[in-house]
Design a protein around this ligand. Structure first.
Ligand code: NDP
Length: 240
């Protein structure tokens, strides 16, 4: 039986590349998304991957969505917490709404998705959880106090939960991408993007597929000794 993987934010950008890479690696894949029906419909038609709409910021919606995925595709063995948003502003102009939106999606969302799946993985004595954090959760970033805090929180979550999963066959890891050429980064003004690229030693943005390949490795049986780890994939921009 192929294993089932659930990818949040799995119909666009890095998440879409992860969904496709997991499908190509033999997993049955469910791709969650928040609201962009057009992108999800196109993605599903092109890839044959089933898409499911709910917000990871809503615990009850996550529990219901997961139940639907499991009814359709079987127990989820692999969870990729990829959904994420930015609401950038320098702190003196950051609103509570910008803070709360980012925390609810990027940090609470990881709890909301992992918690309903945890006991099932424990009972089956197998699980793979990979959370997509960010270089900016490692080093901090101007105008991203909210995003940097949430992404750093994802790393603490990963290290703590790895200790709880270790004896029951569940690995919990994180990936910190540097700047990847998705909608999120292409939305940044071109001048800013050029200055970002100038800071990347390899001299280019990363590709979503480069992050997807890290995910495929971390969820494999061969990676069973790797847990609580962070893979930094950032073109040499930051070492930790
Ligand atoms: P995109 O903006 O291209 O895509 C984001 C995806 O997340 C979409 O599928 C979107 O759904 C989904 N999403 C957003 N909010 C929610 C929500 N509340 N519930 C469910 N799904 C949601 O982002 P990227 O591909 O660039 O980023 C993916 C992840 O990688 C994020 O966590 C991001 O923080 C992280 N990252 C990205 C970097 C980059 O350079 N791009 C660098 C470092 C980290 P919908 O299509 O419906 O809007």
């Amino acid at each position: 039986m192929p294993r089932t993987a659930l990818v949040t934010g799995g119909s666009r950008g890095i998440g879409a590349a992860i969904s496709v890479a997991l499908k190509d690696a033999g997993y049955t894949v469910a791709a969650n998304y928040a609201g962009n029906d057009e992108a999800a419909t196109k993605f599903s038609a092109e890839t044959g991957i089933k898409t499911y709409k709910w917000s990871v910021a809503d615990y009850d919606a996550c529990a219901a969505g997961i139940a639907q995925v499991e009814a359709d595709l079987g127990p989820v063995d692999v969870l990729i917490n990829n959904a994420g948003i930015t609401r950038d502003a320098p702190f003196h102009r950051m609103t509570r709404e910008q803070w709360n939106d980012v925390m609810r999606t990027n940090l609470d969302g990881v709890f909301n998705m992992t918690h309903p799946l945890w006991n099932g993985m424990r009972e089956r004595k197998f699980g793979r959880i990979v959370t997509i954090s960010s270089i900016n959760g490692q080093k901090g970033q101007f105008a991203q106090a909210n995003y940097s805090a949430a992404k750093a929180g994802d790393l603490g979550f990963t290290k703590a939960l790895a200790q709880e999963g270790a004896r029951v066959g569940i690995t919990v890891n994180a990936i910190c991408p540097g700047y990847i050429g998705t909608d999120m980064v292409m939305a940044v003004p071109e001048k800013v993007r050029e200055s970002i690229i100038a800071q990347i030693p390899v001299g280019r943005l990363g590709e979503a597929a480069e992050i997807a390949r890290c995910v495929v490795f971390l969820v494999s049986d061969e990676a069973g000794f790797i847990t609580g780890s962070t893979i930094s994939a950032n073109g040499g921009q930051y070492f930790i």
